[in-house]
Design a binder for this molecule. Structure first.
Ligand code: PMP
Length: 350
C-alpha cells in the first residue's frame, strides 16, 4: 500500500465530460471554447517568440510574467501590483484555496456552478458547503455573515447563463467574512461585470481567463485582480515559472488586440441570441445567457435523450447527470453554421 493522504485516497477527482478520440471531426459544443481562431497578432507573436530554430525555448520565461501584468493592468485600469497571471484561471482558483483555507476550514460556492472548486478544496482538505439558487436567481439561504474562508461566485453563472447584478454582489462582499472570489470566466460575453468591486472591498478577487473570449484555451492563461496584499500572498505560493514563454508572448498580443476581441464576442452574442430564439420557437426552455453557451431543455425535459441524439450525429454538447440539471443540456455557441446544423439536428431528433 502506498502511503497516500486519506483525503486523496477517498476523493473521486474532477470528471470532465466524455469526449470521443476523433473529436476533430465533430461539432464540438461541450466545453465553451471559442469557435474562431485567436487574433492574427497572437499567432505572429508566438512565431516571433519561437524564432527560426526554437532556441528561445532554452531559456526560462520571465518568472513574474511582468509584461502581462502591465498589459492587463493597463487594460483594466489597475496598477500591475493588483494583477497576477496564472496557468489558466484554474491555477489561481487553486492557489486562492491554498492561501486562504487551511485543512478543515470551509469554502463555499453555488450549486450549480463550477464544481471544480469542490475538487480543489478536497485536495487541500478544506470542507465544502454549497448553496442553491432561488427562482429569482439569488443564493438560497446565504447567511447574513458567511464565515467560510472563501466563497466562489461564478458570474455569469455556468452552466446556467445569467450574471448576478453588481449591487447584489456588492452586498455579498459585505456579508462574507472571508474572501469573495468572482469567477468572471465569461465576462467578455456579458453586458456588465463586477470588476469595480475589487476597488471597493478588500476581500474581493476577480478571476478572468484568456481561454474563452480570447480563443486561447490551449495556451492556459488566466489572471486574478485583487488588492496588492492578496496578490503578494498568491505570488508566494504559485509555481515560480507558471507561464511559459509562448503563453506570455501570446497573452500580451491578445490583450492588446481589443478590436479583434470585441468583434469575436459580438459575433458570438449575435449567434447566441439567434439560437436562443430558434430553440424557443421549437418549444425549448432556454435560460437567458450572458456567456458563450446556453442551458436549454427540450419540451419533454429529457436532456439525456436529446444529448444522445446529437451524439449519434457527431454533435457534442454537455449533459450533466445531476438531478438539478439532467432535464437540459449546456450548449456552447459555435459558428453560425455549426449552430444551424445543430438546430437542424434538434428538429430531427424532436
Ligand atoms: N471557471 C469556470 C466557470 C469555467 O467554466 C472554467 C473553464 N471550464 C474555468 C473557470 C477554468 O478556465 P481556465 O483554467 O481555462 O482559465
Amino acid at each position: 500500500m502506498i502511503p497516500l493522504r486519506q483525503n486523496i485516497a477517498s476523493m473521486k477527482g474532477y470528471i470532465p465530460g466524455y469526449q470521443p478520440p476523433d473529436i476533430a471531426s465533430w461539432i464540438k459544443l461541450n466545453t465553451n471554447e471559442n469557435p474562431y481562431p485567436p487574433s492574427p497578432a497572437v499567432v505572429k507573436a508566438i512565431l516571433e517568440e519561437l524564432g527560426p530554430d526554437g532556441s528561445a525555448l532554452r531559456i526560462y520565461p520571465n518568472a513574474s510574467s511582468q509584461k502581462l501584468r502591465e498589459a492587463a493592468g493597463e487594460l483594466y485600469g489597475f496598477d500591475p501590483s493588483w494583477i497576477i497571471m496564472a496557468n489558466g484561471s484554474d491555477e489561481v482558483l487553486n492557489n486562492l484555496i491554498r492561501a486562504f483555507a487551511a485543512e478543515g476550514e470551509e469554502i463555499g460556492y453555488v450549486h450549480p456552478s463550477y464544481s471544480y472548486y469542490g475538487t480543489l478544496a478536497e485536495v487541500q482538505g478544506a470542507r465544502v458547503r454549497t448553496f442553491g439558487l432561488t427562482d429569482d436567481f439569488r443564493i438560497a439561504g446565504f447567511p447574513d455573515r458567511y464565515e467560510g474562508k472563501v466563497f466562489f461566485l461564478t458570474t455569469p453563472n455556468a452552466p446556467l447563463g445569467p450574471s448576478f447584478p453588481v449591487e447584489y454582489i456588492d452586498e455579498l462582499a459585505r456579508r462574507c467574512a472571508g474572501m469573495l472570489v468572482l469567477d468572471e470566466t465569461y465576462a467578455e460575453f456579458a453586458e456588465s461585470n463586477a470588476l469595480e468591486l475589487v476597488r471597493r472591498h478588500e476581500n474581493v478577487v476577480v478571476t478572468r481567463t484568456l481561454s474563452k473570449s480570447y480563443s486561447l484555451a490551449g495556451m492556459r492563461i488566466g489572471l486574478a485582480i485583487a488588492r496588492p496584499e492578496v496578490i503578494a500572498a498568491l505570488d508566494k505560493i504559485r509555481d515560480h515559472y507558471n507561464l511559459d514563454r509562448l503563453a506570455q508572448a501570446a497573452c500580451v498580443a491578445a490583450l492588446r488586440d481589443q478590436a479583434y476581441l470585441a468583434e469575436c464576442c459580438r459575433r458570438i452574442r449575435e449567434t447566441r441570441e439567434w439560437f436562443t430564439a430558434e430553440l424557443r420557437s421549437i418549444g425549448y426552455d432556454v435560460i437567458p445567457s450572458q456567456g458563450n453557451y446556453l442551458f436549454a431543455s427540450p419540451p419533454d425535459h429529457d436532456g439525456k435523450r436529446v444529448y444522445d441524439g446529437l451524439y449519434a450525429r457527431k454533435i457534442l454538447v454537455r449533459h450533466f447527470s445531476d438531478p438539478l440539471l439532467a432535464h437540459g443540456m449546456r450548449i456552447s455557441i459555435g459558428t453560425r453554421e455549426e449552430m444551424e446544423k445543430t438546430l437542424a439536428a434538434l428538429k430531427e431528433i424532436g
